[in-house]
Design a protein around this ligand. Structure first.
Ligand code: NAD
Ligand code: DAU
Length: 346
């Protein structure tokens, strides 16, 4: 397909903002529309530096089918990269309602609009961004999850992501839509909201505060730099377009980089050179998954995709980004950017 017109949902969030910046590097994308509700984790500044005329921001919700239809019709959208979500496990334990609303019902709205548009002679492609958490938890010696692993979510966030994956697959089967699902492990990098492990620990070290580790800190995650994940997401979009992957396929992405939470925090302490902040073991997260690990051989074989950014380089650059962008961190955690939304949109 020449000159693709894209809708990115959640483009002011962590991963979505990297998707948009990366898409703009390619001439083949003629238009990139970002639909984002600017919730607590979506900051307008995450795409605020973009001056490229191909980019357009629309403030609004994926749960608004009228708005989705209008964007797709007016902008003649070909492909949707769907990243809008409630993304934090701890918040889903406190209150699941927004997770059901955004992750399940919001995805339902996107799927229904695609069917309506396709009945109107469009052929919209959907890249649905999901997570390795839908597979559940591994023991120490288990093999990493692959695309055929059983879906077995164990926390409310993961359950809503799994439900949205099932909805997508059911629409592929029932309504013949062109959709694929990607499932990635833990991302790190610039512009991640400082509630997630790595940016939270960096912010705490910057303030010489203690570092809260849930339980024994020996839980394992597979860490991947956000730019490697984004390369994979874009490669999946191209592969769907070329027929290299088929509707209904799932593709996993991981960093081949399993670390315990204690290893992560020790490494950041070392890179930071901080001697004031101390690790503090606190009450464990309810239902805390012990280990995630991802087998990305399918992506490597089919897409010729590989994670390129070395862990230590990626972590060092991430640390530097947070140190250089203290105003961003202050603004996003205080929510003061909401004044900007009120001024522009309310
Ligand atoms: P994030 O919380 O940083 O960003 C989510 C974005 O979605 C925000 O900009 C928010 O304003 C927007 N949003 C929320 N509700 C919306 C709605 N109703 N309508 C429009 N926009 C809305 O999340 P993230 O870490 O960038 O995650 C993006 C996607 O990637 C999610 O689907 C998540 O499940 C998935 N994922 C994340 C990771 C990770 O490590 N962060 C790993 C694998 C998969
Ligand atoms: O695996 C992919 C998932 O990774 C994504 O789908 C989610 O959107 C993303 O939030 C992330 O989920 P996790 O729960 O793994 O990420 P989080 O950064 O919240 O936690 C990482 C690990 O660190 C986890 O074992 C919990 C632990 N932790 C986290 C925080 C915030 C702590 O020990 N202390 C903390 O303060």
């Amino acid at each position: 397909m020449n000159k693709i017109k894209v809708l990115v949902t959640g483009g002011c969030g962590f991963i979505g903002s990297h998707v948009i910046h990366k898409l703009l590097d390619y001439d083949s994308y003629k238009k990139i529309v970002n639909l984002d509700l600017l919730t607590y984790s979506g900051h307008p500044e995450n795409c605020g530096d973009i001056t490229d005329k191909r980019y357009k921001f629309v403030y609004g919700s994926i749960n608004n089918k009228g708005l989705l239809t209008k964007i797709i019709e007016e902008e003649d959208i070909d492909v949707i990269f769907h990243l809008a979500a409630e993304s934090h496990v701890d918040r889903s334990i406190d209150s699941i309602e927004p997770f059901i609303s955004t992750n399940i019902d919001g995805t339902r709205c996107i799927l229904e609009v695609i069917v309506e548009m396709n009945n109107n002679h469009k052929n919209i492609k959907l890249i649905h961004i999901s997570t390795d958490e839908v597979y559940g938890s591994l023991n120490k010696d288990d093999k990493p999850f692959n695309e055929n692993s059983q879906i077995s979510p164990r926390n409310p966030y993961a359950a809503t992501k799994a439900a949205s994956d099932h909805l997508v697959l059911s629409f592929v089967n029932t309504f013949n839509i062109d959709a694929v699902i990607t499932r990635c492990s833990n991302n790190y990098g610039p512009r991640q909201f400082p509630e997630k492990l790595i940016p939270l620990m960096i912010m705490k070290m910057m303030n010489d505060e203690n570092l809260p580790i849930y339980g024994d800190g020996k839980q394992i995650r597979d860490w991947i730099h956000v730019e490697d994940h984004v390369d994979g997401i874009i490669a999946v979009g191209e592969a769907l377009d070329k027929g290299i992957v088929s509707p209904g396929e799932v593709i996993n992405f991981g960093g081949d980089n399993e670390k315990t939470n204690l290893e992560i925090v020790d490494k950041i302490l070392q890179l930071f050179g901080n001697t004031e902040s101390k690790i503090e073991h606190i009450k464990d997260r309810l239902g805390h998954d012990r280990r995630y690990a991802i087998d990305s051989n399918k992506a490597k074989n089919i897409l010729r995709w590989y994670p390129k950014i070395k862990w230590e380089d990626g972590l060092r650059n991430t640390l530097k980004w947070y140190i250089d962008n203290t105003d961003w961190a202050k603004s996003i955690t205080s929510g003061e950017y909401r004044n900007w939304i009120n001024k522009h949109y309310n």
